[in-house]
Design a protein around this ligand. Structure first.
Ligand SMILES: [Zn+2]
Length: 441
């Protein structure tokens, strides 16, 4: 397999420190060391090494199966200074997001989540037709339409041209660009600033983190509010959600670390909510440091203390994660091998990005999973990257009657088991790999 790697990194003890970013190995050749995308300390401590993996959202067409496929290292580091858990940047964001194979509007539960959020903030912050709501990574406009329909001015910023087009068709004004300080300054220069600045599942995707947060500071009105949702590292670790690590996710935040990042750029977190979305997310509420109209809610201190108690202020806590992940892999492989040896069949359910991390890391291909199924017509007929497992429509399950259905989007396992309850009529069972392997009859 032809592979491409990004920065060659070495953790060789004989390397000698030379300058801010370059080291020499024992043979005297220069080796580039990556630095923390927040505090710029050298990245030396491995959080988790998942080996080489293709981009998780790059499903393949049949004609691409015999072509070269790009694999990138999925090696996660923890910064020993600020504890930001992060991937090195391997692929350009242009490549990842330019034709993003994901439309938010295809998930019912996500649409309900967006609607509930919109109603809550409209009331809490008294938004009206004189307010300005701006969303970063606004996707197909699924969230902003809730404000737009109430007559509140909205602006979306979305780098993926194909999804931005869908938003524009719905009447949601959308700028097709990556967000950062420059775009924020341009908008401010034209008199556009936000009363509410939203970023759902974008903070983790940002390679230039400091530039992005500086942009937030610029784009926020003096008494405006920022809300950001992102997966919570505490839940990722507690529930072995290592499969939510993929190249599109550059950073994995604890509450403590995200507070540090915002504080550095003159923004303070005044409230936080713990959500069940994406396996456990945080929604933070931020304002300007100098904004005295908002008081810090008790939930902020409570979560800070809980994280400290769990060990998020100590490097050893982060380093211990690798061993638990390897155990999950062994348990899944033991199950798959013994099931195939017994002559049983296994199919997958879903083609989420997280499934690709799991399957590539565990080396599971059509030798174990005959096929997977997905409700999204955009994915049907394609093949999973790396493993080349075909993606069929859910009717294939009824046709082929597999003995086991491996649920890849474990975060919606109850919904899937309801939808697919009919597999029990032929004795079919459900398998959930994470947080630990479980079989449901
Ligand atoms: Zn750092």
């Amino acid at each position: 397999m032809f592979t491409i790697s990004c920065f060659p990194t070495r953790n060789d003890p004989e390397e000698t420190f030379q300058s801010s970013n370059i080291r020499l190995n024992e043979r005297g050749s220069a080796v580039k060391k990556s630095v923390c995308r927040f505090c710029e300390s050298h990245l030396e401590v491995t959080f988790l090494d998942l080996g080489m993996s293709p981009l998780a959202n790059s499903n393949l067409n049949e004609s691409e199966l015999n072509a070269v496929e790009l694999f990138f290292p999925l090696h996660v580091y923890v910064c020993k200074s600020c504890f930001l858990v992060q991937l090195e940047e391997c692929s350009s964001p242009d490549k990842i997001f330019s034709d993003y194979d994901y439309f938010s509007s295809f998930s019912d539960s996500w649409l309900r989540h967006a609607q509930k959020y919109s109603e809550k903030v409209m009331t809490r912050f008294g938004l009206n037709e004189r307010s300005q709501v701006i969303e970063l990574a606004s996707n197909d406009g699924y969230l902003l339409r809730n404000f737009h329909s109430r007559g509140i001015p909205v602006l979306g910023i979305e780098p993926a041209r194909n999804v931005a087009e869908v938003a524009k068709e719905k009447g949601i004004t959308t700028i097709v660009e990556f967000f950062g300080e420059k775009l924020a300054c341009d908008l401010k220069g034209k008199g556009t600033q936000a009363d509410l600045l939203i970023g759902n599942n974008v903070l983790a995707h940002v390679p230039a983190l400091n530039d992005f947060v500086r942009g937030l500071k610029v784009l926020l009105k003096s008494q405006g509010v920022i809300t950001m949702e992102f997966p919570h590292l505490m839940r990722l670790m507690a529930e072995n959600q290592f499969d939510t690590i993929y190249h599109e996710h550059f950073s994995y935040f604890s509450f403590g670390t995200v507070q540090k990042v915002f504080a550095k750029h003159g923004l303070k977190v005044f409230d936080v909510e713990e959500l069940s979305t994406h396996g456990g997310s945080l929604r933070i509420y931020c304002c300007h440091e100098e904004d005295s109209t908002k008081s810090i809610e008790p939930r902020v201190l409570e979560l800070q203390q809980r994280e400290e108690k769990e060990g998020f202020g100590q490097l050893e806590h982060y380093v211990s994660f690798s061993g638990r992940v390897a155990y999950v892999k062994r348990q899944l492989l033991l199950f798959l091998i013994s099931t195939k040896e017994a002559g049983k069949t296994i199919a997958g359910y879903g083609a989420p990005a997280k499934g690709n991390t799991l399957l590539n890391y565990c080396g599971v291909r059509t030798d174990f999973l005959d096929f997977t199924v997905d409700r999204s017509p955009h994915k049907q007929g394609k093949f999973l990257p790396g493993t080349h497992i075909p993606i069929l429509s859910p009717e294939a399950i009824t046709l082929h009657r597999p003995d086991y259905l491996l649920i890849l989007p474990w975060n919606i396992k109850d919904e899937v088991m309801d939808q697919m309850a009919h597999i029990r009529s032929w004795g079919g069972k459900f398998v959930v790999p994470i947080p630990r392997l479980e079989v449901f009859s």
